[in-house]
Design a binder for this molecule. Structure first.
Ligand code: 6PG
Length: 249
């Protein structure tokens, strides 16, 4: 289904939304591994994708994923230890299992044992090494969430745009969101280098932000950073009925 050049799919039940996203991730991993020998998936934080990660890490889907050739990255991370309940890495790996065939060396979590700026610089170095041949962070699929305020990853409204050319940046604790901890985030430069970006959004509290981002697009500007996500391969919105409630579909 598309509207105004936007690819979107709306699902009645949360379980159907989670399954669609999991199948998309599995398919992207299999296609990338077959085409280029490896797959680079960038995972979203927050709570919405956890059901998706559980499905991806379990049979029957897990069997479809060439885990030995999959590399997992994160779009943002809270500066808390990996075993902290607010850790995006901790939550994703707990939901995924993690899959037994996924080599530990293929996990590329954002470092949280450093102060935010050095941690962001370290992650940028990780990305630049991994994507040395491509010269830009060509994730095969970047999964993103959306906040009711229009943020994505840890790119918050009104925040100064990340330094030009940077692929990772530190983000101060958001005053209006929990957890109010410092974060590391991919920059828009990095997100927009992805082959494809997929927003996974559920819940009526997101409906107004979904409408502004989709209907106003980049005109929504930095007060809705999610509206600035525009990789060459396009953006796909996977929504539940609630999150799509204000869209004229
Ligand atoms: C984070 C996330 C953030 C998240 C949205 C939606 O670290 O908080 O990366 O961008 O995706 O806030 O979060 P929910 O899925 O929990 O609503």
């Amino acid at each position: 289904m598309t509207g105004a050049g936007v690819d979107l799919a709306v699902y009645e039940a949360p379980a159907d939304l989670a399954r669609a996203a999991a199948e998309l991730l599995a398919d992207a991993a299999a296609r990338a591994a077959a085409a280029r020998g490896r797959a680079a998936l960038c995972l979203a934080g927050g709570s919405t994708p956890r059901a998706t990660y559980r499905l991806l890490g379990a049979e029957p889907l897990a069997a479809r994923v060439p885990w030995e050739r999959v590399h997992l990255f994160w779009g943002d991370e809270r500066m808390v230890p990996a075993d902290h309940p607010d850790s995006n890495r901790g939550a994703a790996l707990a939901a995924l299992g993690p899959p037994p065939r996924l080599p530990a060396a293929n996990l590329h979590p954002m470092p949280t044992g450093l102060p935010p700026e050095p941690a962001a610089a370290a992650y940028e170095e990780t990305l630049r090494r991994f994507f040395a041949a491509e010269g830009e962070p060509r994730f095969d699929l970047t999964l993103l969430g959306l906040g009711p305020d229009g943020h994505t990853a840890s790119l918050f409204p009104g925040a100064p745009p990340a330094e030009a050319g940077r692929w990772a940046a530190a983000a101060p604790p958001p005053a209006h969101l929990t957890p109010q901890v410092a974060r590391i985030t991919l920059t828009l430069t990095a997100i927009n280098a992805s082959r494809r970006a997929v927003f996974l959004v559920a819940g009526r509290d997101k409906a107004a932000a979904v409408r502004r981002v989709i209907h106003r697009g980049a005109a929504a500007g930095t007060d809705h950073p999610a509206a600035l996500v525009a990789p060459a391969g396009g953006v796909l919105w996977l929504l539940d009925r609630e999150a799509a409630a204000l869209l004229a579909v």
